[in-house]
Write a protein that binds this ligand. Structure first.
Ligand SMILES: C[S@@+](CC[C@H](N)C(=O)[O-])C[C@H]1O[C@@H](n2cnc3c(N)ncnc32)[C@H](O)[C@@H]1O
Length: 296
């Protein structure tokens, strides 16, 4: 949805755009090309992404800089500057998924890692080999709506110690009833997503990050968020809705009390989905949902 993102930021005041999920730098590159009057600050918790985007965007010289930072520390990154735009393209990058040694993929054998920042924190091995069964059920249900969560959690506990992603994928697939395995995406997709979200505390950092972005925007500045699953999108929708409320919560019939002003104007009230062409060209975009708002 690069075209949509460039379109959204084509109307913001000139100044700084924060790409809070720099990844390979594709969105940053398109933004820098589209507007000579903007600079981009890219954030990523993955040092490999910073290196890849750094070489791709070197040609923009001082118009681009990058920081190794988790995006909920956005306020710190802004150092008091009000941004003209903040972009979040959530989740994992193709780069991370395509490298078996990062442990994100059920398709190729790799270590049970799944950390976006390999220098710190819990690994997938910690989750699958040490979490109590009930905690595994919670992770699978909460982060992936996995209907076979109980069976999968039991199978994981029974197969301990799991040593790599191939063994984890086989254990998950074997726990799912044969009939349910025949349709839809690879049967281990949802469980791998859930474990990755737990490893990286992806949902916990999202709300504070969105709040920091709203507070860090200059008037007329825009926030755009691409979410890839319902858990993420629910948080984005609720934060944007709350910040754009024009009447007190639960009383749409009442006029706003004195001093009550919304901070945002929604630009995409209902989440936009990628078009048919993009879904065919880039199957990973299929579940993407774009929400955007403007700072008042
Ligand atoms: C879907 S990719 C972004 C791809 C990018 N828009 C591009 O055009 O190449 C998401 C990136 O965000 C990073 N990321 C995810 N959660 C993060 C967080 N809480 N803080 C900083 N970076 C994060 C990931 O490491 C990954 O590189």
């Amino acid at each position: 949805m690069v075209g949509e993102i460039v379109g959204l930021f084509s109307e913001v005041p000139s100044g700084l755009i924060v790409d809070a999920t720099l990844g390979g730098g594709g969105h940053s590159e398109a933004l820098l090309e589209s507007r000579p009057d903007i600079t981009v600050l890219g954030l990523d918790r993955d040092p490999a992404a910073l290196a890849a985007a750094g070489s791709r965007l070197a040609r923009f010289g001082g118009r681009f800089r990058a920081l190794h930072l988790r995006f909920d520390r956005l306020e710190e990154a802004l150092e008091g500057v009000r941004a003209s735009g903040v972009l979040f393209d959530l989740g994992v990058s193709s780069h991370q998924l395509d490298r078996p040694e990062r442990g994100f993929s059920y398709r190729a054998g790799g270590p049970l890692d799944m950390r976006m920042d390999p220098s710190s924190g819990l690994t997938a091995a910690d989750v699958v080999n040490t979490y109590p069964e009930a905690e595994l059920v919670r992770v699978l249900r909460e982060y992936a709506d996995e209907r076979f969560a109980v069976r999968i959690a039991r199978a994981i506990v029974g197969a301990r110690p799991l040593v790599d992603t191939a063994e984890l994928a086989e254990t998950i697939v074997a726990a799912i009833p044969a009939a349910a395995r025949r349709t839809g995406p690879h049967p281990a997709t949802r469980s791998f997503q859930a474990i990755r979200i737990e490893v990286n505390s992806e949902l916990e950092v999202l709300e504070p990050a969105l709040e920091a972005a709203i507070e860090g925007l200059a008037p007329g500045g825009r926030l755009a968020v691409l979410a890839y699953h319902s858990g993420e999108d629910r948080i984005v929708k609720s934060v944007l809705r709350e910040a754009s409320r024009t009447s007190p919560r639960g009383r749409p019939d009442l006029p706003p009390p004195p001093g009550f002003t919304p901070r945002l104007r929604l630009i995409r009230a209902a989440g936009r989905r990628p078009g048919e062409t993009e879904r065919v060209d880039n199957p990973r975009s299929t579940s993407a949902r774009l929400r955007a708002a403007e700072r008042i």
